[in-house]
Design a binder for this molecule. Structure first.
Ligand code: XMP
Length: 319
């Protein structure tokens, strides 16, 4: 009979067989897929694996620290941590078009990754947390829809250019199976059960130009929202929940004074694959509590709205 432990052992044997005494590098993003791939490969070949974590400066509060703490500190995996926030935010300065944001970020991820890989002296193998739906999707792209709604970036073309062979131990698995495998491998629940997070990160949750100040504001709002969702025991019932910083200032009243600050939107959806999505029906008391905390605790935000658009016609992200 098929078990996850059996699958793990089989994949470990396959990885050892493919890699031999070669060296593997793996781009770590902090998400479920690359985390599970990295841990599995490390279980198979130990220090023949080096992970490269490029911090683009557009992740949520504490995320970068958590990645380093878990993979280097707890799992003892060789990890290069490159803080590339100046580079990314410099390139994003003044960019307002969502597709240009995506392309800029995608290009920089590849450039910085290549730079760090070269510093390591290269490797014969590149590991990726490609899942079965990714395999299907990239196949269907060739004969599929001719309209690209959003260009999802990945490291396409990189292995060929760098003359590396791919190691893709998850390519037969669906997301829920990857999570089960991650638990089998002892990866903590806060990583294995994590909501999907887009590569372009918070940059596509700030309509208009992105800067450090706006990112810091959004991080505070997002952290409060997610904390309340976790405390209410709702995190696992939701596909994705996040805040959006709106490019609009509105008038408010605080104590005896008038405020003229920014507005934010909260979003939460249920979905099985991200292709379609339904709004999560929070009870009003919950939303009221979150809005109260945000306006009271985050200086610079004086208005909170809840996005009640399904997908379609809306997309999950605002950009
Ligand atoms: P949309 O906004 O298209 O999102 O309804 C569907 C799912 O994809 C994620 N998403 C992205 N992921 N790069 C990514 O890696 C991207 O450019 C990107 N855009 C959207 C989104 O978070 C949701 O899970």
């Amino acid at each position: 009979t098929w078990t996850m432990a059996g699958f793990r052992d089989l994949e470990i044997a396959r990885i050892r067989d493919q890699v031999g005494s070669g060296r593997v590098i793996c781009g770590l993003s902090g998400g479920v897929d690359s985390s599970v791939a990295a841990k599995l490969i490390h279980d198979a070949i130990g220090d023949q694996l080096t992970c490269i974590f490029v911090d683009p400066g557009i992740m949520r509060a504490n995320e970068a620290e958590e990645v380093v703490k878990t993979f280097r500190g707890r799992f003892n995996i060789r990890l290069v941590h490159r803080d590339a926030s100046d580079l990314f935010l410099g390139a994003l300065a003044g960019v307002t078009d969502p597709e240009i944001k995506r392309k800029t970020i995608g290009r920089l991820f590849v450039e910085v990754f290549e730079e760090e890989a070269a510093k390591l002296g290269g490797a014969q193998f590149l590991a990726q947390g490609t899942l079965y739906p990714d395999v299907i999707e990239s196949v269907s792209f060739t004969g599929g829809p001719s309209v690209t709604i959003k260009s999802h970036h990945n490291v396409g073309g990189l292995p060929e250019r760098m003359n590396m062979q791919l190691v893709e131990p998850l390519r037969e698995l669906f997301k829920d199976e990857v999570r089960a495998l991650g638990r089998e491998l002892g990866i903590p629940e806060n990583i294995v059960g994590r909501h999907p997070f887009p590569g372009p990160g918070l940059a596509i949750r700030i309509p208009g130009a992105v800067d450090r100040e706006k990112l810091d504001l959004l991080r505070k709002v997002d952290a409060i929202y997610l904390e309340e969702i976790r405390n209410a025991g709702l995190y696992d019932a939701i596909w994705q929940a996040f805040a959006v910083l709106l490019p609009v200032r509105t008038v408010g009243v605080m104590g005896d004074g008038r405020t003229y600050d920014q507005a934010c939107a909260l979003r939460a959806v249920t979905s099985t694959d991200g292709m379609t999505a339904e709004v999560y029906p929070f009870d009003f008391g919950f939303l009221n509590r979150v809005a109260g905390r945000i306006v009271n605790e985050v200086r610079g935000i004086n208005r909170v709205t809840y996005d009640i658009t399904s997908k379609p016609p809306g997309t999950i992200e605002w950009e």
